[in-house]
Design a protein around this ligand. Sequence first.
Ligand code: HEM
Length: 344
Amino acid sequence: MLLGLGAVGAFLAVDFGAVAYANKWIGPQAELTRQTFIDGFRRVYGLHPGFRRNHAKGVAVTGRFDSSGNGSELSRAAVFGPGHSSVTGRFSLSGGDPFMADTAAAARGLGLAFAFPDGTQWRTAMLNLPVFPDNSPQGFYDRLLASKTVPATGKPDPAAMSAFLTAHPETAAAMAVIKQHAPTRGFADSTFSSLTTFYLVNDAGRHTPVRWSFVPLQAALPAPPGSDNALFDALIRQIRGVPLQWRLMLTVGEPGDPVLDATLPWPSDRRTIDAGTLTLTGVKTERRGNARDINFDPLVLPDGIEPSDDPLLSARSAVYAASYRARTGEPKFPSAVQVDEVAQ
Ligand code: HEM
């Protein structure tokens, strides 16, 4: 089944990338193409064949999602109806270096692929942030280049970063929001959010803007000191001992809430719906047939969930497809996180 998911992923990735291309969010007549991004990741992080161009360091997980049924008020998608679905996922750290040392400063990612018996799928790639730093593909690209490490200092060039923030006040404002939410101890106690807005569509055809979050039901084990894989090691130890759980909370937007700009938070008093529980029980080193070979394209959506016009979504779909195609055609090297080497 996992191999099947990978194969379907390849097909859908190409398909959706083509749609984005046709829409010219990025394309030959626009300044940015998917190849510009792929080249940009290479300029900033170097070439690491076989690995994702971003979120290169990661570990594969498996589990299930038990729906509460509450989400079916807003969406006819199978994931929100009664029952459960199998889930394949991947925890990751942002950045294109697959051998980076774990740091609290790197955004933590969670990609999830839900598979239903009728063959439909839902994929989502989320972060442990309250908002996204950019509201446009150009902003993401400019920030990527500004964050390139200067070899002499091991840090980004402060002048380049300052010029970037002056040109992108939306990122400066988003960074201020992000600073108010210090990262938690580890992966297990992180809230992972869609940040971009989607629409849920119910049987009556009503479209409701939502953002979703997976909210942890456990504390995290402390990260072992002195290990370059401290955050991953703690996650692996914890999941081996006990299933890890997150509650899927749907936050319902109201008229006037921003739906096209992921740098802007929604008011904190918005209605939330507890749509069910994610339970992760398995953790494996990235390898053929597991989450390594899935493209967590945010536009792989089942009937009942639709994208908003946030320009990040179509750009991501096109760039993830290009990253997926590049990495699946390259030789493979062992991932930094080797699950079997983590002590009990
Ligand atoms: C224009 C904006 C963005 C660009 C260009 C971009 C680029 C990328 C690329 C190239 C990958 C690797 C894809 C692969 O090889 O499978 C990736 C992975 C990822 N991205 Fe983005 N990204 C963007 C925005 C976002 C946003 C808004 C989020 C979350 C809210 C996000 C979360 C993630 C996560 C969690 C992964 C890892 C998924 C996995 O494990 O495969 N990204 N991104």
